[in-house]
Write a protein that binds this ligand. Structure first.
Ligand code: DAH
Length: 341
């Protein structure tokens, strides 16, 4: 029996110290110390011993049990220590590695120009209004005095959303004039900027979606001199104090008289080049004195009130401001382009 116990002690201790995983250790515990374990089996034979032998054997069996329990506990502690170290190693963070720098964006150059424009007009006492891109034909055309047969009303020019041509994607920001007068009455001084839509093919100067800034001033005694003075001041603020302007007669249904305003070509200074198509001048906006019919359509008496209005393309403004040659660059959002501003 002594030899049996000695064998158990040796083989068990060997096995326990060799174990590498918790479940295997538990299996060993059962194998040696469990109810049907090897040590227990030996203890069950104690009854066969002589009374003289029993105490010594009992003592030895207890020693073996204690040794095995201690070994299992020790190995268990060693295993969890090892597991903890492995986990820590796996989850280690090297705080000395340089961080990943988030790419920081900035305002689109065209919106920088828009902000500048808003600032200029705010300083002149204008209010800023917002309006819908999905608009009624009534506001986009009819109340602006556009005749039923006006070419811009054609389905080939404008994006209609209803079969009966009553709702559309606004083709200009001018409907904001009507909304402003109807909503707030007179006197009024406002600008409104936003997207407009036309069935244009994409090229260097056209896009089916672009941006306009609309302006409207209505009060008693407003004249063409106010129009010229205001627009000249704004243009010189944006393009520099030396900028030359030219007011050309033109036609718009909602203004009478109407004009287009050009600036001296910023590229060639007036000699004629590809940017100004040999003209020496670049058209930047349309304007005019608000048509009496438009005032009347908004319930305003043209005998008492007069006003001027203007509309300009924001992309073109940005192109001129930053000397950009192709409008498509404004929409493509190529980071190499945008990062230059
Ligand atoms: N809506 C015109 C266009 O899209 C621009 C314009 C011209 C606006 C004259 C006006 C104006 O307010 O008075 O071409």
């Amino acid at each position: 029996m002594k030899a049996q116990l000695e064998t158990i002690r040796q083989s068990a201790l060997e096995a326990i110290t060799a174990v590498q995983a918790g479940p295997d250790l538990e299996a060993l515990r059962v194998k040696y110390l469990g109810k049907k374990g090897e040590l227990t089996a030996v203890l069950k034979q104690m009854g066969k011993l002589s009374p003289e032998e029993r105490p010594a054997m009992g003592q030895m069996a207890n020693d073996v049990r204690a040794a095995l329990e201690a070994a299992i506990e020790g190995q268990s502690a060693a295993l969890s220590q090892k597991a903890m170290e492995a986990k820590l190693k796996l989850e280690a963070v090297d705080v000395t590695i340089p961080g990943r720098k988030p790419v920081q964006g900035h305002k689109h150059p065209m919106y920088t120009v828009l902000d500048e424009m808003k600032e200029i007009f705010l300083n002149m006492g204008f209010e800023i209004m917002d309006g819908p891109e999905i608009e009624q034909a009534d506001y986009n055309f009819t109340k602006l005095n556009a005749p039923e047969n006006h070419p811009s009303r054609d389905w080939t020019d404008t994006f209609y959303l209803e079969e009966d041509s009553s709702v559309l994607l606004r083709s200009q920001t001018s409907p904001m004039q009507i909304r402003a007068m109807e909503g707030y009455g007179v006197p009024i001084r406002m600008i409104s900027a936003g997207r407009v839509y036309r069935k244009d093919e994409v090229d260097a100067t056209h896009s089916p979606m672009f941006h306009q800034i609309e302006g409207l001033v209505v009060d008693k005694g407003i004249t063409m001199a106010d129009l010229k003075g205001t627009l000249n001041a704004v243009i010189r603020e944006i393009y520099g104090p030396e900028t030359q302007t030219r007011f050309r007669p033109h036609h718009f249904p909602f203004t009478e008289p109407s004009c287009e305003v050009d600036i001296r070509c910023h590229k060639c200074g007036g000699k004629g080049c590809s940017t100004c198509k040999g003209e020496g001048w670049i058209e930047i906006l349309g304007a005019g004195m608000v048509h009496p019919k438009v005032l009347r359509n908004c319930g305003i008496d043209p005998e008492e009130y007069s006003g001027f209005a203007f509309g300009m393309g924001l992309e073109r403004l940005a192109l001129g401001r930053y000397k950009i040659s192709d409008m498509r660059l404004i929409f493509e959002n190529d980071m190499r382009f945008l990062e230059q501003f």
